[in-house]
Design a protein around this ligand. Structure first.
Ligand code: SAM
Length: 199
């Protein structure tokens, strides 16, 4: 079991249906003006059902979707089989398969993923992600705040801590925002943090 993925493999079709019940625009509308114009190189880490990967591929981006939970990755490939998405079985914190490919990205998405990593993993992961960015590349991540669902592995992570860690790897925040839950859960809130490579 890959750390962070606890609870995701058991019910992949229902989870995928939940993820697909909202749109890319619903999730990213507060930050998508900071995403590059197509065609750009995009990496979606913890892509889940591929909702965002598919939306970005549809507008002309070259998209790599990393999803370590086999059952979710297979759901994503089934649901979005018609889209040119390059699905990869890899995982944070190292993303070792991605590094072997020597690809560089203009945009890296981590939507509802970062809080699955503990402090040590987050430090390793930020270095790994910074190494995958092209010049002026951006990382957009959302952090979940609220009770931990049963069977999941999650940690308290703040936007401030994330920005401080990013700064150690030559990344600076270009936007920080908070919002309510897109699925309407009253006890869940989200921080969105967009980081840019300054070196
Ligand atoms: C809440 S889901 C979000 C899925 C998708 N990004 C979305 O917004 O619908 C969290 C995802 O993170 C993935 N994940 C968990 N631990 C991970 C890790 N160590 N590396 C990469 N992905 C991980 C899970 O498999 C799951 O697909």
């Amino acid at each position: 079991m890959i750390d962070g993925t606890q609870g995701y493999g058991d019910n992949a079709p229902a989870l995928a249906e939940q993820y697909e019940s909202i749109t890319f625009d619903d999730v990213h509308h507060g930050v998508m003006h900071l995403f590059p114009s197509p065609p750009a190189r995009v990496l979606d880490v913890g892509a889940g059902s591929g909702r965002d990967a598919a939306a970005l591929a549809a507008i002309g981006h070259t998209v790599v979707a990393v999803e370590p939970t086999d059952a979710l990755r297979q759901e994503g490939m089934r649901l979005h089989g018609g889209k040119p998405i390059d699905w990869v079985a890899d995982h944070l914190p190292d993303l070792s398969q991605l590094h072997l490919r020597k690809d560089r990205f203009d945009l890296i998405l981590l939507t509802a993923v970062w809080m699955h990593l503990d402090g040590h993993e987050r430090r390793t992961a930020m270095k790994s992600l910074a190494g995958l960015l092209g010049a002026k590349g951006r990382i957009s991540m959302s952090l979940r705040h609220g009770p931990v669902p049963q069977g999941r592995r999650m940690f308290d992570v703040s936007a401030d801590e994330t920005i401080e860690l990013a700064g150690l790897h030559g990344l600076a925040a270009v936007q920080v925002a908070e919002r309510n839950d897109m699925l309407g859960r009253p006890d869940v809130r989200w921080s969105f943090v967009v980081l840019e490579a300054r070196t």
